[in-house]
Each structure stands twice: as structure tokens, then as C-alpha cells.
Design a protein around this ligand. Structure first.
Ligand SMILES: Cc1ncc(C[n+]2csc(CCOP(=O)(O)OP(=O)(O)O)c2C)c(N)n1
Ligand SMILES: [Mg+2]
Length: 386
């Protein structure tokens, strides 16, 4: 009995991974090899969303290195897997993001201003700086605030999907997770419950082949995450996660299945984390960046661009003009929000009860004393996160 497993080197250059069961609509050169469900205008819109996300991520990484934001986690190289899935949903379907899907919220209409306010935790941020940067809330957009706790998205998504099923509201819940989430108990319990109860949920695993420094070959011995779906009695699909047309198509079919009360589906988007885990990480300490370079050759933005160019819809001039326009927008929005002050320190205590308790009063005074002392001594008061 043969049972193929990940090769010994733990992560592979793209050409070493099997592609027989990999669903593609575009090949890596951007040629159409399958059926697309998207109009030209829709692909142009997705390309724009992906480019904007790339530019935001690049800019935020620079600002973090300059000490102007405390923390950032980028989705670089995974844009097709974020936007292709989001575009397959109705605006009132729920999204439960994992770590790299904040772009889904921007796609649904969160303004750049509000996104940046949250990154800065300033006075205009609805969470008043009490949530980690990169974790914007999005209730109005049917987007659940990102939780950094791995795999807890799965039971949360099941809860939303069960509520939708009981209310017969026709909504689908899309639940994102990383490859790392598949080793958690919540994954096994959650997929089982969703399938047994026929919940209207679409599970999307962003297999970027790394969980911080743990390569996928040490996460699982199985070559395919999608194959796991069979054991839970739901359809599984292994999709080229750098092909936005394929990501969109498979997610559209899974969402239709959920909406028709036929139960959950599991989708693996095969992609690669070409950057660091977050700004707190340095991947050169644990991985061979020559492999990363090979994956960069499969950049999802380039694939869409080649497809659009071959259809006569795009050119280098279009690309440059769009990048300049978006870059200007990002920079000017940032300039507007960067000078907004932070919430008063005391608000951490005054926001808890209608009236401050004596204990909170004491803690507030102690913090303020120490904060002023630290400021006089020039202590670094920025906070870093994993
Ligand atoms: C339950 C739990 N364990 C450990 C961590 C620490 N942690 C944060 S991100 C991460 C890796 C996540 O990898 P993956 O799920 O593949 O997502 P990716 O970062 O690759 O998008 C870990 C282990 C956590 N946040 N929650
Ligand atoms: Mg991962």
C-alpha cells in the first residue's frame, strides 16, 4: 500500500509538489486552463484589491521598522487566497478570519482610515488601542474580529453557522485557518461537528507551508490537507492558492453547497508564506530562502497580471499608474491618521465600570506615576507582540 508523504526536507520548491489533484484555472504563466466564473471587470477588481494589499503590507512593514507601529503581520504572496475566497461570498455571509485575512474586511468596505486607526490604536480606533494591531473589528461587515488563538476560529464558525441554520437566514460562514490549525483538537472536533450537523460552513485552510518556524512536513505526514476532509464525510479540494480564479471558483461551489443546506466543505489553498511570520520573526534563522525565492516565482499578482495582459486588458503602463495611485492613497491616508492622539491612559480604568472602584483608582494612579517616571528616564514604552 503506498502512502506518499512530504519529502524529507520538510518544505519543497514548487516543482517538487504533486499537481495531479491541484485545481487550477490559470497555469503559472497565466494561461487559462480551466473554467473561470469571473467577468473581466471582476478579475480587474480582484487584481486591484491584491495590488492594494501588497502595497499596504509593504508600507506597514516599513513603518513598523521605523518604530511607527508596534506590530504587523502581512499576507504577502497569499493575496489570491484572501481575495478569491472573499469574492466568492455574499456581503452578508460571515467571515471568521485566521491570521492573514484582514484584507477581506478592506474588500468588504472598511475604510483605509479605520484600518490604520486600528493599527495605531489611536483615539479614533473603535477598540481604543485595546486590541492587537492587525486585528480590526468588522461586525458591520459580517467579519468576526481576528483571534490569534490558533484553530478557535473553527468552533466559532460552527456557532455562527448553526445560528444561521436555525434562523434559516441563508447565510454561509467562511472559516479560515492556517496549516498550523490542522494539528489542534478544535480542528478534528470542529470538522466532525460541522459535518454531522450539516452546518452551512466553508472551511478554508491557507496552507502557506509554515507555522512560524515549523515546516509543513513536520506538521503533517500527509501530502494533502484536503484529503483529510474525506474522513469527516465532507468534500475536500486542493486548490492552487496563488491562482485567484481557481480559489474563487472552488469557494463559490462550496458556498453554493452550504447555502443549499448540503453541508460543509473543506478547501486547501496551497501557497507559500514568502515573508516573515510577523514583524517579530526572522525566517532566515530557520529556513532556506532559496526555496522561498522559487515560490516568489509563482507570485499570485503576476499570474493575474499576465492573464489580463494576454486578454488585452492590462499593460505595464496600467500597472504603474494603478500602483502610483494606490501608493499615494495609502501614504496620504497614513499622514492624516498618524497625528491623531492616543486615548488617555486613564481610559483603560474609566472604561471598566460606570464608576471607578477604589482598587482601579489606586492602580490608575500607580500606572500614571510609573509612566511619567519612565518617560523622564526615556524608557522604551512601545509594546511588541509575537
Ligand atoms: C493555540 C495556540 N498555540 C500557539 C500559538 C502561537 N502561534 C501564533 S501564530 C502560530 C503559527 C500559526 O501557523 P498557521 O496556522 O500555519 O498560520 P500562518 O501563521 O502560517 O498563517 C502559532 C503557533 C497560538 N497563537 N495559539
Ligand atoms: Mg501556515
Amino acid at each position: 500500500m503506498s502512502n506518499p508523504t512530504y519529502p524529507a526536507q520538510d518544505v519543497c520548491p514548487p516543482e517538487d509538489l504533486p499537481t495531479e489533484d491541484l485545481i487550477r484555472v490559470l497555469d503559472p504563466e497565466g494561461n487559462l486552463v480551466g473554467e473561470s466564473l469571473l467577468s473581466d471587470d471582476e478579475v480587474l477588481g480582484l487584481h486591484r484589491a491584491m495590488v492594494r494589499q501588497r502595497l499596504i503590507d509593504d508600507r506597514m512593514l516599513t513603518l513598523q521598522r521605523q518604530g511607527r507601529i508596534g506590530f504587523y503581520g502581512a499576507c504577502t504572496g497569499q493575496e489570491a487566497a484572501v481575495f478569491g475566497n472573499t469574492a466568492a461570498l455574499q456581503p452578508t455571509d460571515w467571515i471568521v478570519p485566521a491570521l492573514r485575512e484582514a484584507g477581506a474586511l478592506l474588500y468588504r468596505g472598511l475604510s483605509l482610515t479605520d484600518y490604520f486607526n486600528q493599527l495605531l490604536g489611536n483615539n479614533s480606533d473603535v477598540t481604543q488601542g485595546r486590541q492587537m494591531p492587525c486585528h480590526p473589528p468588522g461586525h458591520d461587515f459580517h467579519y468576526v474580529t481576528m483571534s490569534s488563538v490558533i484553530a478557535n476560529q473553527i468552533p466559532q464558525a460552527n456557532g455562527l453557522a448553526l445560528a444561521g441554520k436555525l434562523k434559516k437566514d441563508g447565510r454561509v460562514t467562511m472559516c479560515f485557518m492556517g496549516d498550523g490549525a490542522t494539528s489542534e483538537g478544535d480542528f478534528h472536533v470542529g470538522l466532525n461537528v460541522a459535518s454531522v450537523q450539516k452546518l452551512p460552513v466553508v472551511f478554508v485552510c491557507q496552507n502557506n507551508q509554515w507555522s512560524i518556524s515549523l515546516p509543513v512536513g513536520r506538521q503533517t505526514a500527509a501530502l494533502s490537507f484536503a484529503a483529510k476532509a474525506k474522513g469527516y464525510g465532507m468534500p475536500g479540494a486542493r486548490v492552487d492558492g496563488n491562482d485567484v480564479l481557481a480559489v474563487h471558483k472552488v469557494a463559490t461551489e462550496a458556498a453554493a453547497r452550504a447555502r443549499a443546506c448540503e453541508g460543509p466543505s473543506f478547501i486547501e489553498n496551497l501557497t507559500y508564506r514568502v515573508g516573515a511570520h510577523t514583524t517579530s520573526d526572522d525566517p532566515t534563522r530557520y529556513r532556506d530562502e532559496a526555496v522561498t525565492e522559487r515560490w516568489k516565482g509563482l507570485d499570485p499578482l503576476n499570474r493575474t497580471r499576465r492573464y489580463l495582459t494576454a486578454r488585452g486588458l492590462w499593460s505595464d503602463e496600467h500597472e504603474e499608474a494603478q500602483r502610483n495611485e494606490l501608493d499615494q492613497l495609502i501614504r496620504s491616508t497614513w499622514t492624516e491618521v498618524e497625528s491623531i492622539p492616543h486615548p488617555p491612559l486613564r481610559s483603560i480604568f474609566t472604561d471598566v465600570f460606570a464608576e471607578m472602584t477604589p482598587q482601579l483608582q489606586e492602580q490608575a494612579e500607580s500606572l500614571e506615576r510609573n509612566y511619567e517616571l519612565g518617560a523622564r528616564k526615556g524608557w522604551d514604552r512601545t509594546i511588541g507582540h509575537g
